[in-house]
Design a binder for this molecule. Structure first.
Ligand SMILES: C=C(O[C@@H]1C=C(C(=O)O)C=C[C@H]1O)C(=O)O
Ligand SMILES: NC(=O)CC[C@H](N)C(=O)O
Length: 750
């Protein structure tokens, strides 16, 4: 690149959800480069321009919106016009290419048929950034807009194109500036389905940039204090040290008894531990079908430590012997939690058991949205009182069932808890001897169901597509709420939430099911989707399993038929876009080492076929994160809400969805799971589930939910939805949403 030994590259992020993928690709192409990533509105252009000569090259990434809107492109539009003394080579991607083109007189147009997550053959003459790249290489496109350079040929030259035939004709795919060191591609070189040309075009760009530096005989300004102060925070990959060091050095064994001869289900164990005997808090993380493996049942008591938090508050509530509001002062909920967790990290249990004890609970959608620096439109508008957005309990005593081996582990983090362990072991033996049957009871009520309005939903799908056609988003996961009213549980009879959960588990067994009673909130979930799991350090691995692509099952829809439908460009594109988004989220935390281990596998569920991808990452061995207890928690903070429930780019999509949906999503679209004291964790996406908030004074003492109808009824909320793409058929989207919804409604025996 320039004459110095280590190229320094600035990446400009236009709030796209693929920027870290691009950064990872640049590092793959030039492993010795030092990368810095800034947002396109982070620094005023005047200030940024003074730092340009410190860099060997600039990469301008993709993004939602239009190169004509200053709010969408930010500083990028000015980059193409800098004076020659601060000129540096620039490579643009998608919105970057469009900006280069329109700033030099090209016309911006809409595609007739937009291309989101679609693979195209790229034609070129092998020149410049396409040197040694095979003609008709394959690349993924994410665009609604394109450029016509007929009026700009004095300055710009087309290097590559795609022939879209009847759809869009010939579409510009690569450009160069004739007199300045600017190159750009319209497609996404960093996408998981772009072939090896992705890395080749970046290598070619670096070679051309090196040649340009040599020809100008200019040198880069050496990195100095001013640059350090302004830009060192933007270095990527982040070399984060563990956020909080352990206070405890001496390790203590988790009291564990493993019983291998009892053949008990998680339902039987939960009942042996008294799930149905009171309405006290209870937690069951249930693997009710493959590929789920472990079931975790927490035995809670009055003095279990509970943490609840409302998005935006400057305090959280910690309850143990009494409720106390704890000021977060200069920190935030996430950092406070990771600091708090260090008090418990001295426990060491059996390495075969994924959960020794730790926090279990949920983080809802709105808290995650707040983390993206978006306002909460519905809450701000209605200023209503809500249940906590995060609700977690510290589980000291637990029973973990391994569905593969049949082992049941009884564990406690309390000292001298042999008595409790013995009691539980006896209770389980009794349950096995009595052979209590754990089938659910049929509900004896007629639920009152308020479904979403069909016409309204279909009109929202069409509206969502307008945003997609305009280039505002590539995919939007649109959802709606259903309310179900049932008589309140008076005596633990068939209307109890536990009976409801048992019916749900029977009608819709799912690998990441859950039953949670936490404070005023009850959740019964039959989720098929893991959001994030992470193993214990050292040698930590993080895994995400996004689902996209849904087909209903039926006599007419066999595996072969489902495969035929799901292998279409529409369904693959839908999944591929979320795979790219999840790769970006993971690269953002662990750095370079991210792989898509499975792409678009088809999994069978009770009523549906689903397409699942698996993405894994690990911190690179040279980074201190290897022993970071909080790495998984950090990933959770930085990657919520789940990409499969938002669409991409995430921030812009979340903003649009708040306009397209009528109410908050709450637990639906959030996550439920655990963070174990050994540093492991597993969180599922809350879908195919129902939840309710009871009347209850919340710990902070200042908010109250009032049950309607004189406390005679429980009102359950069910969310359901699906990913909308440019290729979606609005009526089919309504039907898909209803199929997902009905997989849960069936548990209410309507
Ligand atoms: C939105 C839901 O599901 C999400 C959307 C899917 C899809 O569009 O195919 C699949 C799984 C989930 O990520 C839901 O179940 O309500
Ligand atoms: N991927 C992108 O950068 C998209 C650019 C622009 N928003 C479009 O849709 O064409």
């Amino acid at each position: 690149m320039d004459t110095s030994t280590q190229p320094r590259i600035l990446v400009i992020d236009s709030y796209d959800s693929f920027t870290f993928n691009l950064a990872a690709l640049v590092l793959k192409a030039t492993p010795n480069a030092k990368l810095y990533i800034i947002k396109n509105d982070e620094l005023p252009f005047d200030e940024l321009s003074t730092f340009l000569p410190y860099f060997s090259a600039v990469i301008v990434g993709p993004g939602p919106g239009s190169p004509l809107y200053p709010n969408d492109v930010g500083v990028v539009k000015h980059l193409w016009h800098v004076a020659s003394d601060i000129l540096v080579p620039i490579f643009g991607v998608c919105l970057g290419l469009q900006s280069l083109a329109v700033e030099h007189g090209a016309t911006l147009k809409r595609l007739n048929v937009v291309k989101h997550g679609q693979v195209s053959a790229i034609s070129h003459h092998g020149a410049e950034i396409f040197e040694d790249v095979p003609n008709n290489c394959l690349a993924v496109r994410y665009h609604s807009l394109h450029v016509d350079i007929t009026n700009a040929t004095a300055k710009l030259e087309e290097l590559a194109w795609s022939d879209d035939g009847m759809e869009n004709g010939r579409v510009v795919m690569g450009l160069r500036h004739k007199f300045k060191p600017f190159w750009a591609v319209q497609y996404h070189p960093e996408s998981v389905c772009t072939d090896s040309n992705g890395v080749s075009v970046i290598q070619n760009f670096c070679r051309l940039a090196t040649r340009w530096w040599a020809s100008t005989k200019k040198t880069r300004i050496p990195w100095d204090r001013a640059a350090t102060e302004k830009l060192n925070h933007a270095a990527w990959p982040h070399r984060s040290t563990p956020r909080h060091l352990s206070y405890n050095v001496q390790k203590l064994p988790v009291c564990t008894r493993i019983i291998s001869h009892l053949n008990l289900s998680s339902t039987q164990v939960a009942e042996a531990l008294g799930v149905n005997e009171s309405r006290d808090d209870f937690i069951l993380l249930d693997s009710a079908s493959s590929p789920g493996r472990y079931c975790i049942i927490g035995s809670l008591h009055k003095h279990s430590q509970r943490i609840s938090y409302h998005a935006g508050d400057s305090y959280l509530v910690h309850s143990q012997f009494c409720d106390s509001a704890i000021s977060l002062e200069s920190t935030d909920f996430w950092t406070w939690m990771s600091r708090f967790m260090t008090f418990f990290d001295h426990w060491v249990g059996d390495p075969r058991i994924p959960f020794w004890g730790g926090f279990v609970g949920y983080i809802n959608y709105e808290l995650a949205v707040k983390e993206l620096q978006c306002g909460l439109k519905h809450r701000d508008a209605e200023s209503k009182q809500v249940a906590p957005d995060a609700n977690l309990v510290f589980v000291e005593r637990s029973v973990v069932i391994d569905n593969h081996t049949g082992n049941i582990s009884i564990q406690s983090l309390s000292f001298d808890d042999d008595k409790w362990i013995e009691e539980v072991a006896c209770a389980l033996e009794r349950t096995a001897t009595v052979k209590t049957h754990s089938m659910s009871r049929k509900a004896k009520y007629s639920p009152e169901i308020q479904y979403p309005d069909r016409e309204l939903y279909i009109s929202r799908v069409k509206l969502a597509q307008e945003y997609l056609f305009a280039g505002e988003s590539y995919e939007l996961c649109l959802t709606a709420r259903t309310h179900i009213k049932v008589p309140k549980d008076i005596d633990g009879a068939s209307s109890s939430s536990w009976e409801l959960y048992k019916r749900l588990k029977e009608v819709n067994p799912a690998p990441y099911a859950a039953y949670l009673r936490l404070g005023s909130t009850t959740l019964a979930s039959s989720s098929p989707e893991r959001f994030l799991s992470y193993s214990r350090p050292p040698n930590q691995k993080l895994q995400l399993r996004p689902i996209k692509g849904t087909v209903r099952k039926g006599a007419d829809v066999t595996f072969q038929e489902a495969e035929r439908i799901l292998r279409s460009p529409k369904e693959i594109g839908e999944n591929l876009m979320i795979v790219d988004l999840i790769r970006h989220d993971l690269h953002g935390v662990v750095g370079q080492n991210v792989e898509c281990e499975e792409f678009c596998s088809i999994e069978e569920y009770e009523t549906l076929w689903q397409m699942v991808s698996v993405i894994e990452g690990e911190p690179s061995s040279s980074t201190p994160e290897k022993s970071n207890m909080q790495l998984g928690w950090e990933m959770l903070q930085r990657s919520l809400p789940p990409g499969s429930m938002t669409g991409a780019p995430k921030k812009r999509s979340v903003q649009i969805l708040q306009d397209l949906e009528d109410d908050e999503r709450d637990l639906y679209s959030g996550v439920v799971g655990y963070w174990d004291v050994g540093g492991a964790g597993d969180w599922s996406v809350v879908i195919r589930s129902c939840f309710k908030h009871d009347e209850r004074v919340f710990p902070a003492g200042d908010s109250m939910l009032t049950a309607k109808d004189g406390n005679q009824f429980d009102e359950w909320v069910l969310g359901s939805g699906g990913a909308i793409t440019a290729l979606s058929d609005p009526v089919a989207e309504w039907e898909e949403m209803m199929v997902k919804l009905k997989s849960v409604v069936r548990a209410f025996n309507p």
